[in-house]
Write a protein that binds this ligand. Structure first.
Ligand SMILES: [Zn+2]
Ligand SMILES: [Zn+2]
Length: 136
């Protein structure tokens, strides 16, 4: 039913998805909240969080459950590799890494039928490297 409350919720979800897709930083819910608030000043963090989870369920976003324990979200739902900074938690895409490696390996590994895969590279990001250089 098209009620004003429904319309507001649909509009909120649209704005959240638009902003998420525009970002390449794989934001946490809190980081996305800061950005979405510029367009929707009254939106709460729990609304952002709830909508992100819904978008993941709908297959319109993905959640990066990185080993850091920090939930980050990605508006790019295609399979791709990530590199994560061990100092600050920043995550970037590594599109040049061949996603086909796993596919070439076949759909079975050690008797497992593969359903999904994740590849996370770990390192130190340029900003953290520069800060380290400054300290030394
Ligand atoms: Zn860093
Ligand atoms: Zn990504």
């Amino acid at each position: 039913m098209e009620t004003p409350a429904n319309r507001r919720r649909t509009r909120q979800r649209q704005v959240i998805l638009e902003e998420l897709r525009r970002l390449t930083t794989h934001p946490t819910a809190a980081e996305l909240h800061e950005i979405v608030r510029r367009r929707l000043p009254r939106v709460s963090l729990s609304t952002i969080y709830r909508n992100l989870e819904l978008l993941v369920e709908l297959g319109q976003a993905q959640k990066l459950d990185t080993a850091s324990g920090q939930n980050r979200y990605d508006g790019d739902t295609a399979q791709h590799c990530h590199v994560r900074c061990l100092r600050c938690g920043r995550v970037d895409d590594v599109p040049e890494l061949p996603a086909g490696v796993v596919e070439r390996h076949g759909r079975r590994v050690r008797g497992y039928r593969l359903l999904d895969w994740r590849l996370e590279l770990l390192g130190v990001c340029p900003a953290c490297l520069a800060a380290e250089r400054e300290r030394n």
